[in-house]
Design a protein around this ligand. Structure first.
Ligand SMILES: Cc1cc2nc3c(=O)[nH]c(=O)nc-3n(C[C@H](O)[C@H](O)[C@H](O)COP(=O)(O)O)c2cc1C
Length: 250
């Protein structure tokens, strides 16, 4: 029998919400969410991320154009999560103006700040869901990271990692099925996927997409993956932009 409690109920009830009422989040709700983000485990206890609350209608409208989605505009609140080694560079320089900061430009530190962002984003979303709110994580800010860096004055050693649109759900989509446990959970060594199990999941997901409320389509797990991958690397400029921000230099 599966264990049940309130936290697990909230986790198991997760679905991305893209349809919001007009109600904005209160200051108390926003602060509660930021506090939840801050309690998250973080690499080396160095909190290598920052959060920008985007409230300027012009910035929100532009984010909508960049992400090709109404979400930034229509959500009750929009957070932009930033990988941030800049703050720690400043803190070190405050004590040691001549310090060698080479390590802050490393792949190791870039990954650390990505981990810190991703976990903080998930804590924020889960906290929101526990408050009866809902939301969607947005990686589509990568459609134009250069402009986002400019709009939000992101200095060297920062990079926009994810957006998070939170609001009051106007409707509740069906739960999206996940692949079978055995395809993602192994014991002691990696296991190649059992294609029969994958094909059965293709059918499950196809049923979900054909029958779900809202936008129906005839797709499945394979088709979803291929629709993405067959486009090729359409965000080729990401690596040079990450490097131009001072990351991945050693
Ligand atoms: C890193 C990441 C980036 C995402 N980016 C987007 C996005 O740009 N736009 C969007 O509508 N959903 C985005 N999502 C939400 C996923 O599409 C969603 O979580 C997935 O389809 C599973 O559906 P569910 O969350 O409803 O269960 C993103 C999720 C993650 C984790």
């Amino acid at each position: 029998m599966a264990i049940e409690n309130e936290v697990l109920k909230t986790i198991k009830n997760h679905r991305s919400i893209r349809d919001f009422t007009d109600k904005k989040l209160t200051e108390e709700e926003v602060n509660t969410l930021v506090n939840a983000a801050q309690r998250t485990s973080n690499s080396m206890s160095e909190q290598q991320y920052s959060i920008i609350s985007v409230t300027d209608p012009k910035q929100l409208a532009r984010l909508g154009e960049i992400t090709l989605h109404h979400l930034p505009d229509k959500a009750g609140h929009f957070f932009l999560f930033i990988a941030d080694q800049h703050r720690n560079a400043k803190i070190i320089q405050n004590h040691k103006p001549d310090a060698n900061l080479e390590a802050l430009h490393s792949a190791d530190k870039f990954l650390a700040s990505i981990h810190d962002v991703d976990l903080a984003v998930q804590s924020t979303l889960l906290a929101a869901e526990s408050m009866g709110l809902g939301g969607t994580i947005m990686g589509s800010i990568y459609n134009n990271p250069k402009e986002i860096i400019k709009i939000f004055n992101l200095p060297e050693l920062t990079f926009p990692v994810l957006g998070l649109a939170i609001g009051h759900p106007a409707s509740m989509p069906d739960l999206k099925p996940r692949i079978n446990n055995e395809l993602i959970h192994f014991e002691n060594a990696y296991q190649e996927p059992n294609m029969q199990v994958v094909e059965n999941f293709d059918k499950t997901l196809n049923e979900y997409y054909k029958n779900r409320k809202g936008s129906n389509r005839d797709t499945n797990f394979f088709k979803n993956i291929w629709a993405d991958i067959s486009k090729g690397n359409y965000r080729k400029d990401l690596l040079p932009i990450i490097k131009a921000q001072g990351f991945l230099n050693n």
